[in-house]
Design a protein around this ligand. Structure first.
Ligand code: PNW
Length: 454
């Protein structure tokens, strides 16, 4: 046996699903082929001043044409599963109405390639690329968008569920709602007031719930439905009982407008009280739809949100990061490996969730190639090793995490950060489209091969 320290100490359960993730607009490129309609990200990225360097997803990783090569990269890693997203405006260029068969054909080709490689596909139906025509009618400010989303989701799941067994309605509700409609950093770049924002977030969770029901109505029996939510990962400042309890309370309250209402079918009293006159308009029937029971809960975990106990009415306080707090290449990406222990543990406990996936975790790095063209991203390896060790701690305790999707397979279009911030474990030369495995890809291949944190 090789002399590796504690070789089996961090063994994951047999059958643990090691995966990686991407999203349509970030990797596909090819924005005008085969009848695709424009999305809000085409509009936003082509608006001067909105993205780093004016970067757009017009070409991105050209994954639309290179998907075979990319599936080969997955095979080389030994991936068991791959999470991708469908571009709504490829399938329905007008957002609603007549489907465009050529749009789904791409996903059909890609799925056949994945299945031939023995890789289980996990499909996200909305990773932020809303058809522009629906934005022209108000986007998520308009309740009709929730219905349009459910129609698209039901149609697409109906077509793909012969090969896809797991669907996620939406990716990161908080990000597209808050960055899209409050700070304006993401498409559609709006800056609504608190009341407008609360209504947008209500329509987003409603769209999620309506899509859950539409997918169940159209997909083959046995199809599982969930979401990929970036909950605020409330993490005790340290493991003392009072801080742990505070982190549990904070998890419910801080996520009241997204995961909590989705799991509980009601807004917390604290949330409605905090908003007061800015509370969204909603009905009891809508809350029941939003609370549609899920088959699994996916959570995207990058950063910790530290919590301590205090004697305020809420019973907790959020602790902001000191200016010296360490982070990865993206300034927002503060490092707190134990978030990957606490978040799934608290989600399982608070809502009695039986099937959890880490639908994203990963890190940006400066990733400067050596003169020989190698990318020795020791910082990303450090990040992954420490987070996976904490994930193992949760799994070893019996927290029901069934799989982990590393963000991302490839360097790709990092939204408003353009191509500046690389998250891939494969380096992409955006001039030549050449893919090169980084040191982190070698690390991850080793983790998968040994089913253990290497
Ligand atoms: C997530 N923030 O986005 C997304 O799901 C991915 O599409 C993205 O590439 C990945 O994480 C890495 O960023 C986020 O500013 C984007 O806090 C921005 C933030 C958080 C998540």
């Amino acid at each position: 046996a090789p002399e590796t320290a504690g070789a089996d100490a961090h063994q994951f359960p047999h059958g643990f699903l090691w995966g990686s993730a991407t999203a349509s607009y970030q990797v596909e490129g090819t924005v005008k082929e085969d009848g695709r309609g424009p999305s809000i990200w085409d509009t936003f990225s082509h608006t001067p001043g909105k993205t780093h360097n004016g970067d757009t997803g017009d070409v991105a990783d050209d994954h639309y044409h290179r998907y075979k090569e990319d599936v080969q990269l997955m095979k080389n890693l030994g991936l068991k599963t791959y999470r991708f997203s469908v571009s709504w405006s490829r399938v329905f260029p007008e957002g609603t109405g007549a489907p465009n068969p050529k749009g789904l054909d791409f996903y059909n080709r890609m799925l056949d390639e994945l299945l031939a490689a023995g890789i289980a596909p996990y499909c996200t139906l909305y990773h932020w690329d809303l058809p522009q025509v629906l934005q022209d009618r108000g986007g998520w400010e308009n309740r009709d968008t929730a219905k349009a989303f459910a129609d698209y989701a039901g149609y697409t799941a109906g077509k793909l569920s012969d090969r896809v067994k797991h669907f996620m309605t939406m990716n990161e509700l908080r990000t597209f709602v808050e960055l899209g409609y409050s700070t304006g950093f993401h498409a559609p770049g709006l800056k609504l007031d608190a009341k407008g924002l609360a209504q947008v977030s209500h329509h987003a969770v409603l769209g999620h719930g309506m899509a859950v029901q539409a997918i169940r109505a159209s997909a083959k029996p046995g199809t599982k439905v969930g979401l990929a939510d970036n909950l605020t990962a409330c993490t005790p400042v340290f493991d003392a009982p009072e801080h742990v309890e505070a982190a549990g309370r904070a998890t419910r309250e801080e996520n009241a407008m997204f995961l909590t209402v989705i799991q509980e079918g009601r807004y917390t009293d604290g949330y409605l009280k905090r908003l007061g006159a800015a509370a969204p308009k909603f009905t009891a029937e809508e809350l029941a739809i939003i609370g549609s029971k899920l088959d699994f809960t996916g959570i995207n975990i990058y950063t910790p949100a530290y919590v301590r106990a205090d004697d305020s009415e809420k019973g907790y306080a959020m602790v902001p990061s000191p200016a010296s707090y360490p982070h990865m290449f993206s300034p927002w990406l503060t490092i707190g490996p134990e978030a990957l222990y606490w978040a799934p543990k608290l989600v399982a406990k608070l809502w009695n969730v039986k099937e959890i996936y880490i639908t994203e975790n990963g890190a940006s790095s400066a990733d400067v190639p050596t003169p020989e063209g190698r990318i020795l991203d020791t910082d990303r390896v450090m990040y992954l090793r420490n987070y996976l060790t904490q994930l193992h701690r949760a799994v070893a305790e019996g927290v029901p995490v069934k799989g982990y999707f590393l963000w991302s397979l490839l360097d790709n279009y990092e939204w408003a950060d353009g191509y500046e911030k690389r998250f891939g474990i494969h380096y992409v030369d955006f001039k030549t489209q050449k893919r090169t495995p980084k040191l982190s890809a070698e690390f991850y291949r080793e983790v998968i091969a040994r089913n253990s944190v290497a």
